[in-house]
Design a protein around this ligand. Structure first.
Ligand SMILES: [Zn+2]
Length: 344
């Protein structure tokens, strides 16, 4: 394991979100903030982190001179991460940085009413108070309408930040009152670098996880936490061994897979990516996903014809579709594993 770098608390900790950071620091530099922001994008790319960092930067004692509430002209945009205000915000203990998160499946009207009650009072200590509504696509209609009324007559010294998957999931009347900032899925390269630096992964393992994480940092980190690499290696070893195995051992693999129903689609993804790597390796070795397994791919790609691999990928896709439409898991898996064990 390489040494890991401690994460900076500020905008620099956001991975691959140059444009959102530029828009936020520009708003900071102007000193005139909109009443509300809407941050949209897939899960796990830093929307909530950006909201927290922005609230920190707007209230950081080291950024704001004691005599005035606007940042002095030469102040940097990053929050210091050490002052009393920054520390309170980082630990979710700042009375003027109010987080609203779904209670169960929804953000209910009572939560928004309680928020509006707090916002009707003066801020306790903040230069700029923040109401951060995470997963705002889960506002139920009544809660959405109550929030809209507050956005129409926004309280002083208060900035709303809503985060959501996409703007179309939010009442258009709310969206129109927000400055909309789109967060992008993190590129494979940025994610790889991040995983190497922050989690100390070897370059090739980081590349494999980055390629599988669909642009989401949270997903990449949960893959690390769930020992994804070990699981992947096991699945690939089993898959490669299938053609020479007696039926009972093939079915033992199928049984092992069926025991982790939640992991089954990840397992399918791993199998498809492996077969795909074997297919593309001869023509485009730079495009393989399992970069840390290059030696293994080199040793395996000629063992079966390309057509055979493509058929197997299609068989996995069929099994996936069957299981998604509620076919019997074990039966579908048994049939699939027997298909994958056949050599053409
Ligand atoms: Zn600070």
């Amino acid at each position: 394991m390489k040494a890991t770098e401690k994460q900076t608390p500020g905008f620099a900790s956001l991975v691959g979100q140059d444009r959102p950071v530029r828009l936020l620091t520009a708003a900071l530099a102007r000193g005139a903030l909109p009443h509300a922001f809407l941050f949209t994008g897939i899960e796990g790319i830093g929307k909530k982190t950006a909201a927290r960092v922005f609230a920190m930067a707007c209230n950081c004692f080291e950024r704001l001179s004691p005599s005035q509430t606007r940042p002095s002209e030469d102040a940097g945009m990053e929050p210091c991460g050490r002052c009393r205000s920054c520390l309170k915000i980082t630990s979710d203990n700042h009375p003027d940085v109010i987080w609203i998160r779904p209670a169960g499946d929804m953000i209910k009207v009572d939560q928004i009413r309680a928020l509006c009650g707090k916002l009707a009072l003066k801020p306790y200590e903040a230069a700029t108070r923040f109401a951060i509504i995470a997963h705002a696509h889960k506002l139920n209609p009544e809660a959405g309408n109550t929030l809209l009324k507050t956005l129409e007559e926004p309280p002083a010294h208060t900035v709303f930040i809503l985060t959501a998957l996409q703007a179309s999931d939010i009442l258009p009347t709310i969206v129109s009152r927000c400055q909309h900032i789109r967060f992008n899925p993190v590129s494979v390269n940025s994610l790889r670098t991040y995983l190497e630096k922050t989690h100390g992964l070897e370059a090739e393992k980081a590349a494999a996880i980055a390629a599988m994480a669909g642009g989401s940092i949270t997903r990449a980190e949960s893959m690390i936490a769930s020992a994804w690499v070990r699981k992947r290696d096991w699945i690939i070893d089993e898959l490669e061994a299938l053609p020479n195995r007696p039926v009972n051992l093939c079915l033992a693999f199928s049984e092992a897979l069926s025991k982790n129903k939640d992991g089954i689609f990840t397992a399918f993804e791993i199998m498809k990516n492996w077969l795909r790597d074997l297919v593309i390796y001869p023509s485009a070795p730079e495009r393989i996903i399992n970069k840390d397994l290059t030696q293994k791919i080199k040793a395996s790609f000629q063992k079966a014809p390309v057509g055979d691999r493509l058929q197997k990928i299609r068989a996995i896709e069929r099994a996936e579709a069957d299981i998604r439409s509620n076919a019997n898991l074990r039966l579908s898996l048994d049939a699939l594993i027997m298909t994958l064990s056949r050599e053409n």
